[in-house]
Design a protein around this ligand. Sequence first.
Ligand code: UDX
Length: 440
Amino acid sequence: MKIAVIGTGYVGLVTGVALAEIGHTVTCIDIDSDKVKTLNHGIPTIYEPGLGEMMQRNMQNARLFFTADYARGLDRARVVYLAVGTPERPDGSANLDYVRQAARDLAAHISHPLIVVIKSTVPVGTNYKIQRLINRLVPEDMRVTIASNPEFLREGSAIHDTFHGDRIVIGTDNPAAAEVLEEINRPFGLPILHTDICSSEMIKYASNAFLATKISFINEIANLCEKLGADVEEVAQGMGLDHRIGPDFLKAGIGYGGSCFPKDTHALVQLAGNHHHDFNLLKSVIEVNRQQQRLLLEKIENRLGGDLAGKRLAVLGLAFKPNTDDMRESPALVMVPELAKRGADLIAYDPIASGRAEQLLGQVAVFTNHVDEALREADCAVILTDWPDIRKMEPETYKRLMKHAIVFDGRNCYSPNEMRRAGIDYYSIGRPNRATEFIF
Ligand code: UDX
């Protein structure tokens, strides 16, 4: 089937490449002609494992094209995906300016009736609004049918998730459009759920809000475990064995970041508020996520005697999670300036995000992509991202390189016993660092 995808950001590019991979002929449209030029050279504009090869293969097989020209991109397309960004506004709501602009550009170039699929994460009701916006601008015989088809991709494993995801959700009120979308998606071989438009839009927000809730919940349990001498890793394991709870997203730590959870939880609280519903549970989830950073700062201050002036601190890991250079809403964006404010001398390490972090935080810390350089002569280390190389590091490395082997681990990378045995003063999240009998 001939498909057009508007927007070659993270979601648009992955969607376009994946649809070409399963046999469709896809043209990706972007108003940024420099980006289109780069993509036409077979160079992906985002970092995502496996994307480059898949993209090049489908370009060579003449199934994948990039253009800045709407008329060319839409030519004979039966379905158009809208996959532009919906960033957060200062009040927490989703900014729909890009979606509206893409819809207007689309309307200006329509020459035959189309199915418009909204991939972007949009507040419930937006699909109807966009359908009305387009249909007001086009002649009656060229009216479009709208469908919601949210994405559930994780950064760093988007290609894997596209082909091995748990479900595909298609929300439309039009049975013929539902059939066309079923046909497009069938080759993925994943379960397909058909819903109405509003439910499909809500599934995306509710899923991300629920996953964020799991993380904040386990973080609160972790904070309690610290007070009571229990070990949150064992608690999470015991909880996760109950299939009604499941083992995923129960990893305690410094809290969630990234381009989705913070933005989508804020947008859902806003959406609820607009409809006179106070989403208290989700507000608490957001607050607990902020609190995790404050608690780690307090732990550091308490251990180092309040004043961090003149102390050399190594920050290990800056990206919001491993295997990405994405710094959006990363805990490091709060932790690094807060530690600097307290007078610490900071040297921050990340294997691939250190350059990007330097652009954002360059005034308050020195950046490196060599872990040894960060640790050398440090008074204390603070782990913010559980990169595999950090996880694999031997306790002796801390002991050998640091001036004082004090380690605050915001991602529970090591066994407290092993660290203690190596002579490291080790503090993690939700795990006892003193004998329980002292508590009771
Ligand atoms: C997420 C959703 O997983 C995906 O379905 C959605 O489409 C977009 O948002 P992503 O932001 O790429 O994907 O990252 P994810 O791997 O889900 O992690 C999000 C954050 O939660 C990270 O900061 C991670 O460190 C944190 N996290 C995750 C925890 O703190 N504990 C966990 O148990 C799991």
